[in-house]
Design a protein around this ligand. Structure first.
Ligand SMILES: [Zn+2]
Length: 212
């Protein structure tokens, strides 16, 4: 979880760094070199990580995995600023999703780390964007913004059996609603967070549809 926060704050949110890392085809060693040139981990890594060399290796390994999913030249995604909602997730090429089908099921993952109700509420109050129930979400799905009536929604958490390093971590994927849909090239991936459930009375949605 702190590895995602590190990658998000230091790489994705810093435009120059993000653009420098995007569309490259580094292997883990290249990535390590570039990351450490930008942020010597002895200074910049979270304090709990700096304590042990194996944690630093784990940080690099995990951040490399996120880099492969989101910034590597082979990734189907792009991470860009949106006009109103900070970072958003975009598809490089047009993609068609079948009725009820999963979109990029090997790549478009949201990993869930249970932090308990009190911590989740506290983070929610601080405006942390990726809270799912009592969990903090990491990975590509955490970058997807909400839009009412979007043709995509999130699946319920299941055990991930696809990603070796993240086995036993609960995750969600992204599914098309009842109708098939096409996401255009350069289209932002947005999901209807609330599906068919009615929004509570005092929730004021700020999505593009609702503020148009
Ligand atoms: Zn809305």
């Amino acid at each position: 979880m702190s590895y995602w926060a590190f990658f998000h704050n230091k790489v994705l949110e810093r435009q120059e760094v993000r653009e420098d890392f995007a569309d490259t085809d580094w292997d883990c060693k290249d990535f390590d070199t570039r990351l450490q040139a930008q942020y010597p981990l002895k200074v910049h890594a979270p304090r709990c990580v700096r304590k042990r060399a194996e944690y630093t290796r784990e940080l690099i390994h995990t951040c490399f995995w996120y880099y492969k999913l989101l910034l590597h030249s082979s990734s189907p995604f792009e991470v860009k600023e949106t006009p109103n909602f900070g970072l958003g997730l975009f598809l490089k090429d047009q993609e068609r999703v079948k009725k009820g089908g999963l979109l990029q099921p090997e790549m478009l993952l949201g990993l869930l780390f249970d932090v308990g109700e009190a911590e989740a509420n506290a983070l929610h109050k601080l405006g942390y964007p990726s809270i799912y129930g009592t969990c903090v979400m990491t990975g590509p799905v955490a970058l997807m913004n909400h839009q009412c009536h979007a043709p995509l929604f999130f699946t319920k958490p299941t055990l991930s059996s696809h990603i070796e390093e993240f086995q036993q971590v609960r995750c969600i994927r992204v599914k098309a609603k009842l109708n098939a849909c096409t996401i255009p090239t350069q289209g932002e991936l947005v999901a209807d967070y609330f599906g068919r459930t009615k929004l509570s009375g005092n929730f004021k949605c700020q999505c593009i549809r609702c503020t148009k």
